[in-house]
Design a protein around this ligand. Structure first.
Ligand code: PEP
Ligand code: MN
Length: 346
């Protein structure tokens, strides 16, 4: 259920509505909008009737939400969510570029690639310290050491860090350093992890599961929002299909579809989506053209030496070329790359 109140409703009216919701054993979620203040309600909807709230001070309208996903849906919040960081934002008119190696491999490796990316104006560095690998014998990440190196990069280069939390017990450590906590495709339906991610303050980058439908992705995001963390960024990273000429099938259809159903920003990861480095740039261009709010790109100073996903990683030179192409596409869809004011071409 959704209660729409006057945008300038006095605090006491809002609190009275929220108190009534809590008394019915449900949870209120305050969602500011451009025209109305919405109070979303989650919990046992059978406890509530529209009449409970009609006639209360500053209440304009009470609506039932028809979709199974509530807080992530446009019914609840028509305006796009924009997530603000110091000197950056995700969603809205900006096109956010997150780049970096698949994994932190050593202090030198992460500083080398981060330094090059910073020179290109990139604000968000991606790199995994806890890696969910298909094989138990593959490189599993540097774990705590990796987080420590990412903290060093953050402190010394001033970059924002995007790194993955693989389970609930390492989440608190990761949340201390990460500006955005990534939840990977394999964990998209790890509901305990989603619930814990909903209790922290860090924005969450939620990647689409290998065989997840749009609705599954939105329901997983709903787990996070339902716990009070409203800063979720969705990520299309390719799905499994019968087609095997690329690692995955990048489902760009989902971008405009999500835009219709949800107010959350959606970015695209063409690196995992195609899995082959020379297909990354064309698919990144297509992602921007169809309305993605950003891109996540794997970049390595020496892809041939990478401990994970080297085959799909761009060199710095190729990444720079990608940025030049993306800049042109972005202007066609009225977006602007959100990078530091640094000239990327020459
Ligand atoms: C990654 O970003 O390196 C990763 C493991 O991604 P995914 O969860 O999409 O496979
Ligand atoms: Mn990877």
């Amino acid at each position: 259920m959704l209660i729409l109140m006057d945008l300038n409703a006095p605090r006491e009216h809002i609190e009275k509505v929220k108190k009534k919701i809590v008394a019915k054993e449900c949870t209120p979620h305050e969602i500011p909008g451009s025209r109305k203040l919405a109070i979303g309600i989650t919990g046992p909807s059978g406890n509530l009737s529209i009449e409970d709230f009609l006639g209360m001070d500053s209440v304009d309208e009470v609506l039932r939400v028809s979709k199974p996903y509530k807080l992530v849906g446009r019914e609840m919040k028509p305006d796009d969510t924009v997530i603000d960081f110091e000197n950056a934002s995700i969603g809205g008119e900006k096109l956010t570029i997150i780049a970096g190696p698949c994994s932190v491999e050593s202090k030198d490796q992460i500083f080398e690639v981060a330094g090059s990316l910073k020179e290109l104006g990139i604000k968000f560095l991606r790199a995994g310290a806890y890696k969910p690998r298909s094989s138990p014998y593959s490189f599993q990440g540097l774990k705590e050491k990796g987080i420590e190196y990412l903290a060093d990069v953050k402190r010394e280069l001033g970059m924002k860090i995007v790194t993955e939390a693989k389970d609930t017990h390492t989440l608190p450590l990761i949340a201390e350093v990460a500006d955005i906590v990534q939840i990977g495709a394999r964990n998209m339906q790890n509901f305990s992890l989603l619930e814990e991610a909903g209790k922290i303050k860090n924005p969450i980058l939620l990647k689409r599961g290998l065989a997840a439908k749009m609705e599954d992705l939105l329901m997983s995001a709903e787990y996070i929002l339902s716990q009070g963390n409203y800063n979720v960024i969705l990520c299309e990273r390719g799905i499994r299909t019968f087609e095997t000429h690329t690692r995955n099938t990048l489902d760009l259809n989902i971008v405009p579809v999500i835009k219709k159903h949800s107010h959350l920003p959606i970015i695209v990861d063409p690196s995992h989506g195609v899995g082959i480095w020379d297909k990354v740039t064309p698919m990144a261009m297509a992602a921007v053209a169809c309305g993605a709010d950003g891109l996540m790109i794997e970049v390595h100073s020496h892809p041939e030496e990478a401990l994970s996903d080297g085959f799909q990683s761009l060199t710095i030179k190729n990444f720079k070329n990608l940025l030049e192409k993306i800049e042109k596409i972005a202007s066609v869809v009225d977006k602007r790359i959100d990078n530091e004011e640094i000239q990327i071409s020459n």
